[in-house]
Design a protein around this ligand. Sequence first.
Ligand SMILES: Cc1cc2nc3c(=O)[nH]c(=O)nc-3n(C[C@H](O)[C@H](O)[C@H](O)COP(=O)(O)O)c2cc1C
Length: 196
Amino acid sequence: MSIADLPTRTADTSAPLLGVLADRWSPRSYDATAPVDELKLTAALEAARWSPSANNSQPWRFIVARRGTEAFDAVAANLMGFNQAWAGSAGVLIVALAETVDENGQERPWAKYDLGQAVAHLTVQAHHDGLHAHQMGGFVADGLREAFGIDGRFTPISVTALGVVGEPEALPEALREREIAPRSRAALDDILLVNA
Ligand SMILES: Cc1cc2nc3c(=O)[nH]c(=O)nc-3n(C[C@H](O)[C@H](O)[C@H](O)COP(=O)(O)O)c2cc1C
């Protein structure tokens, strides 16, 4: 089955969405031979840079590791086994770090919130540009700290695989099934605690 034959990845919504939001999805099969276009990578990082944050504090940092570099291998080596099974084919691995404590030792209470929003913007821009992104929480934070000498003020929160989507056949069987399973969400009514 080619990617073109996949059941729709488009979100089933009760009101029309921007196409990029409806169509964004998180693949695990990436084309291990395709480089990520540098302008598109820069655009994704710019989208993160221009996202809003509490008091414009911009409490985010990124480690950008292109496939074929030592940095990429160091990030990949610190993914949990399940993620190592697929994410090494992505063109770029991006570690997202929250500045949870500022340079004066004060807590930044919204740092993780702001970082998540920045990564969301990154994924949407990437998808708009024809790339695919897949965020991961399954990684060893202390391993990344050691590998990259990360200051204690910064907390690694996620690793995002970014690249050119590949064919589901390239995945081991269990992952292949998940790759082509329909995307699903809780119903809108179930997530609105109050809708007065
Ligand atoms: C914070 C976060 C952590 C995640 N961790 C993992 C992970 O470790 N491994 C993985 O395969 N997917 C991971 N995902 C991907 C989610 O499983 C995926 O976004 C979700 O199933 C919805 O699918 P969709 O993005 O295709 O709509 C993570 C996503 C987020 C936002």
